[in-house]
Design a protein around this ligand. Structure first.
Ligand code: BGC
Length: 284
């Protein structure tokens, strides 16, 4: 079978899209000053949403992103909070309500990896990953749902009372040796997302996940920065290119919009086919 080795160009979208499908909506994105979070912020802002940029470290990057987002003509501010800390999460939502009045979209993105073989993994590595990737998403989802239920549907803004997008991973279904804490956290996100979706659907609240494959971000530099690593990575990706943060951002903006109003309780895999068991393309 012939392998396609050319790097095809990605879709290039205008800086501030003409389609303001999120006009008047208020969004909060966690872990938003770099990587996928940053890509999501930019696409939500292009679609007309006001945005809160949550970050934990890297204040400078957050402030630079605030300036970039302002060019889309939307309201934006940055807020420092550790999503695994209940009081900091509550303070972040209070500030959001003070500045924006309410919230329509939560993108639960903050996440990290602390990799180690199982027999060397410390309890701290385990706890840190579960606390940020899973408990952090729970804490933010809880505050968002409270507000969605309190406020209900405002028909001029959206036909839904609120949207939560969990940023999960292909590793919610693909086991990952050497990363058991991370895979466990994302497997947890999958059933947490579906259970919340089932619970709050009658309130017209939509809850879904985006599950990225390999996206070019600081979390996985070692998987793409050298030619050898990149070529190895391509063995896992039938579509033969790495993902870019705007691949995720564009999907998030659409999923948060009324164009996706009947989508609820689903994981959308954005992975160039990584979940298609690429080893079986020629074997089995
Ligand atoms: C991980 C990345 C990895 C990708 C595909 C993501 O969830 O954070 O490090 O490259 O999954 O394996």
């Amino acid at each position: 079978m012939n392998e396609i080795t050319i790097n095809l160009p990605n879709v290039v979208m205008p800086i501030c899209s003409e389609v303001k499908m999120l006009k008047g909506q208020k969004a909060l994105v966690t872990g938003a000053n770099s990587g996928i979070g940053k890509g999501v912020v930019l696409e939500l802002a292009k679609a007309g949403a006001d945005v809160v940029i949550n970050y934990r470290g890297g204040e400078q990057a957050a402030l630079e992103l605030v300036e970039q987002v302002k060019k889309c003509g939307v309201n934006v501010f940055a807020f420092q909070a550790d999503v695994s800390n209940e009081n900091e999460v509550k303070a972040m939502f209070e500030k959001t309500f003070k500045e924006f009045g309410t919230i329509d979209i939560l993108v639960n993105n903050a996440g990290l990896q602390k990799d180690a073989p199982i027999d060397e993994m410390t309890l701290e590595q385990w706890n840190t990953v579960i606390n940020v990737n899973l408990t952090g998403q729970f804490l933010c989802a809880r505050e968002a749902v409270k507000e969605f239920k309190r406020r209900g549907v405002i028909a001029d803004i959206s036909c839904s009372a609120g949207k939560i997008i969990h940023i999960s991973s292909v590793h919610e279904v693909i086991p990952w040796a050497g990363h058991v804490n991370y895979a466990a956290s994302k497997g947890g996100v999958m059933l947490m997302m579906k259970s919340i979706a089932q619970e709050v659907a009658p309130f017209r609240i939509r809850v879904n996940s985006i599950s990225p494959g390999a996206i070019r971000t600081p979390i996985n530099t070692s998987a793409w920065e050298t030619k050898e690593a990149y070529d190895d990575l391509m063995k896992l990706i039938p579509y033969k290119r790495i993902g870019e943060v705007d691949d995720i951002g564009r999907a998030a903006a659409w999923l948060a919009s009324d164009y996706a109003d009947y989508i609820n309780g689903t994981s959308i895999y954005i992975d160039g086919g990584m979940t298609l068991y690429p080893g079986f393309a020629t074997g089995g």
